[in-house]
Ligand binder design. Sequence first.
Ligand SMILES: [Zn+2]
Ligand SMILES: [Zn+2]
Length: 361
Amino acid sequence: MSTGKACVLVEPNRIETWEVPIVDPEAGGALVRIVAGGVCGSDVHIADGGAGVMPFPIILGHEGVGRVEKLGPGVSTDYAGETVKVGDLVYWAPIALCHRCHSCTVLDETPCENSQFFEHAEKPNWGSYADYAWLPNGLAFFKLPEGASVEAVISLGCALPTALRGFDRCGPVRLGETVVVQGAGPVGLAAILVAAQMGAREVIAIDMHDSRLAVAKSLGATATVSLKSSPEERRRQIYELCGANGPNVVVEAAGVLPAFPEGVSLAGNHGRYIILGLWGAIGEQPISPRDLTTKNLTIAGATFPKPKHYHQALHLAARLQNDVPLADLVTHRFGIEGAVAALEATKAGEVIKAIIDPEKS
Ligand SMILES: [Zn+2]
Ligand SMILES: [Zn+2]
């Protein structure tokens, strides 16, 4: 049996490269050769155990673009009905849907209760830090449109679907609204891109790193505020730009607990606050609940985007790739054996987006 390389998280803080069997796809599934596996901020929390217990050992990576190697029996289209054949590039939502659980069928929500984000490394596996990914039946994959850039599509990995789900949950940005985004990592950058495309009047990015704020501007931020300034100074600058009523929408994409009370405080009257980044930040923060009532504030958390958000993200990236420097967000490229270095560079904030490229040694 032929094998491929895979980056296995054996237990927290223990990563190994394994040779794993290349398994034929099941009916309804597909086998893809990974072209780019996205390194996500949440991978850092998963690898150090901060995100909780996983079904170890697991193959890391939940973001990917791959080339179809084999299609399972019965598969002739992607999950949007586009014809798909061996050699086509596809992008996928990393959790299969069973369509026979409460979440899938009654709530119409993700994640599916009968599926999992990660699979045991000894079983057929869709982890993307690998030579091959085995996409099970029910795991939605979408063909890249003609001419789409792999880097543009993977640059915002699961961040763009996550931001799209956040705006779905909290209401879309309307023309002329003002938006503040806390954090200019991939999730924040995705929120900035979407807010700008939806017609926000002001899109204000907050971050510690000037380099990230420059990237935020390239994706549509109209102004930037440094996290190095005091909270009072940040608030003053933001209210000067948004007006006395304050921002209509605040997006939390910082992933650090103190961002939450600041976001509640920054949000304007009748505002919406979307929590995306605190997924990996376990802990508590005091806030003043009265701020929620007196401001008529709507707060929505969002995670585990639906397949449709991946489809929207794919087509948005492909449409914008020539107008917005999305592909340039991929600043670092590592081989499968470089996964530890990729995670360290991501943790250190040295990268905008790192990818695992199995062709790179
Ligand atoms: Zn289900
Ligand atoms: Zn991700």
